[in-house]
Design a binder for this molecule. Structure first.
Ligand code: BGC
Ligand code: ZN
Length: 368
């Protein structure tokens, strides 16, 4: 069967590869779920993998099939699979357990192992192919009512984890009642974080460079959140106007913005960092001021990567809530559709050049 793959370490090597058809019996103990891939979303990680900035092939292969944001329909299940049936819509989680104590309790997103296994990213083939088979443990059901937007579940799970981390950490305060939140970055992840924080009842300000109005600022406002262009109002100034912020969700991956966020964070606040950069930028920051604010304000900063099954399940709940509260909003994120695996060059072009793109996704099999 067809698959879109790269040769890790070789820039711009994206090509069509051939994989054997998986079988439900390929997973031991009758726990296999065979899935027909319907849609796959792509993001900056796929772009960086094609640029050979990271990613490794699975053992025994010289290529890595890309695509970690999956959405599919179950074709067949093994005899010991519970609660999943042929015809169900599903999304697979991305990371697989290693050996650390965290991996052993299902918190593989918290692994302390040096090597991590991520489908479509590192050492495991991804979902830009026709079918896959996996253990039921890693397959999350999506109600049919969400089938048009189900491909957004993986990025939603990343936002869910980051926000859940904030709540977990803030239990230190005994009575944390967050009222105001900021989201920095208005791409897919920033928009989904804005959505979740609004669903939690917060007054949200989402900040990004681009001057409004444009689709992303309209989507922010459609949630009843405020959009602020940092070209007009720098982050620290915006904090005076719209803060104090109990939580800041950072989703730009620009390191200078991270330090500005530390300064802009309110007392007892928590800063969640989710963006990354493969670069080696040096930035100059007002270190003394940031440190003073952190100590005198009892502030916390936390990094958050990946998401385990729990956050995918929470993502399903919030996506359903979103469809009830802000009908049609999630669908507006799906801005660029690529038809078929054969059009992988168009997919990379959209990821690279299409500035107005929010979510680029590939329609894999005939669909819905
Ligand atoms: C993916 C995560 C992954 C991270 C680091 C992101 O693009 O959505 O699942 O853990 O990259 O590889
Ligand atoms: Zn991703």
């Amino acid at each position: 069967m067809k698959a879109v793959a790269v040769y890790p370490g070789k820039p711009n090597s994206i090509h069509l590869a051939d994989l054997p058809m998986p079988k439900v019996g390929g997973v031991p103990d009758g726990r296999g779920v065979l899935v027909e891939v319907l849609r796959v979303g792509v993001d900056g990680t796929d772009k960086e993998i094609n640029a050979a900035e990271y990613g490794d092939a699975p053992e025994g292969y010289d290529f890595l099939v890309t695509g970690h944001e999956s959405f599919g329909r179950v074709l067949e299940v093994g005899p010991n699979v519970r609660d999943i049936e042929p015809g169900d819509y599903v999304v697979a989680t991305v990371r697989r357990p290693g050996t650390s104590i965290y991996d052993q309790i299902g918190a593989y997103d918290m692994t302390t192992d040096e090597t991590y296994f991520e489908h479509g990213i590192n050492l495991r083939h991804g979902y830009l192919t026709e079918r896959y088979v996996d253990d039921q443990e890693y397959i999350v059901k999506v109600p049919a009512g969400l089938k048009e937007v189900g491909v957004l579940l993986e990025p939603t799970s990343i936002a869910e984890k980051g926000i859940e981390q904030a709540y977990e950490i803030q239990r230190r305060l005994k009575v944390w009642r967050p009222e105001r939140a900021a989201v920095v970055g208005a791409g897919t992840l920033g928009l989904l974080a804005t959505l979740i924080l609004r669903l939690r009842g917060m007054d949200v300000t989402t900040l990004a460079r681009t001057q409004p109005p444009y689709l992303n600022s309209e989507l922010v406002e459609a949630l009843g959140a405020k959009y602020v262009s940092t070209r007009r109002t720098p982050l620290v100034e915006a904090a005076e106007e719209h803060g104090p912020w109990d939580i800041i969700f950072e989703a730009t991956g620009v390191s200078s913005v991270v330090f500005e966020s530390m300064e802009a964070l309110g007392k007892n606040g928590v800063l969640v960092l989710t963006g990354i950069s493969g670069g080696d930028n040096k930035v100059e920051v007002p270190g003394d001021r940031i440190m003073l604010g952190f100590v005198l304000g009892n502030k916390v900063a936390v990094g958050s990567v990946n998401a385990n099954r729990t956050y995918f399940e929470r993502g399903v709940q919030d996506m359903a809530l979103a469809e009830a509260e802000y009908p049609g909003w999630l669908g507006r994120l799906l801005t660029h559709r690529v038809r078929g695996l054969d059009n992988y060059e168009e997919m990379i072009r959209l990821l690279t050049d299409e500035k107005g793109a929010i979510k680029v996704f590939v329609e894999v099999n005939g669909y819905l």
